[in-house]
Design a protein around this ligand. Structure first.
Ligand code: 2AL
Length: 249
């Protein structure tokens, strides 16, 4: 069984477990899902400060698993924190769930809308849309003002709020698909798709499938150029174990 490491960049155990359930519900034969979360950092990621600390947590987890023969790594938070750093730290393919979802949505509709959690997190998704070059496909990003950790507390009510926001987004943006803007929304994906009658994309599920495809084609992260291993150097303080040692050849 080839392991796919799914990192929840926040430190809420129940959300890590839920992400594991979502990933295992779609994983194909020959692959297994291994879930992890950082040993430090915010319980949820809802802004720039949270995201910076969470990115270091993602680096910690990739570093911890870097000796294992992974089929791939998934960063299961919609800000894709630490994505480039993770690609330096392993040659396994690494996908962020926002990146994976944008690619899938752009293949299923000419325009998509993102429905996310707190309105203040919309800027994080907006910047990813720009960074990945999806400005011509993403027609709007909509905050529901549901806090990340409240997604688990009342699923039927969350589904109603997501449905209302998605219906407005489809109309206002003239979109053909909805991207879920938080890993904690994975459990709502199929029910929402049934209600809306348009593709609803959960980045956790599509990232698992992209990783299976890349791994089956024996495609790994390029180690030529800027995704080469981090330069060996000493790190100090709490980050000391993350330093890349000199390898004797
Ligand atoms: C997220 C997410 O996916 N996990 C988390 O803690 N925050 N995204 C978001 N837009 O709130």
């Amino acid at each position: 069984m080839k392991p796919i490491l799914v990192i929840n960049p926040n430190t809420t155990d129940s959300m890590t477990n839920a992400i594991g359930v979502a990933a295992r519900s779609v994983v194909g034969p020959g692959f297994e899902i291994v879930v992890s979360q950082p040993s430090f950092g915010p319980r949820s990621i809802e802004g720039h400060f949270d995201e910076v600390i969470a990115a270091a947590g993602v680096a910690e987890q990739v570093r911890q698993y870097s000796e294992r023969p992974l089929a791939g790594v998934i960063i299961a938070c919609f800000g894709d924190p630490g994505l480039d750093a993770a690609r330096e730290a392993t040659d396994a393919p690494v996908l962020g769930i926002a990146e994976a979802a944008f690619h899938a949505a752009s293949m299923l509709a000419t325009g998509f809308s993102v429905v996310t959690t707190m309105t203040r997190t919309c800027i994080l998704a907006e910047r990813l849309v720009q960074r990945y070059g999806f400005e011509r496909h993403c027609r709007g990003i909509h905050g529901t003002d549901i806090p990340v950790l409240a997604l688990e507390s009342d699923p039927p009510q969350v589904l109603n709020v997501l449905e209302a926001s998605a219906r407005e987004a489809l109309l206002r943006d003239r979109s053909g698909a909805i991207v879920l803007g938080c890993a904690g929304m994975a459990a709502q994906c199929l029910a929402l798709q049934d209600r809306l009658g348009v593709p609803v994309i959960d980045g956790v599920a599509v990232a698992v499938k992209w990783i299976e495809a890349l791994s089956s084609l024996n495609l790994r992260t390029s180690k030529r150029g800027d995704y080469a291993d981090p330069l060996p150097k000493e790190y100090v303080g709490w980050s000391a174990p993350l330093g890349w040692p000199e390898v004797d050849s």
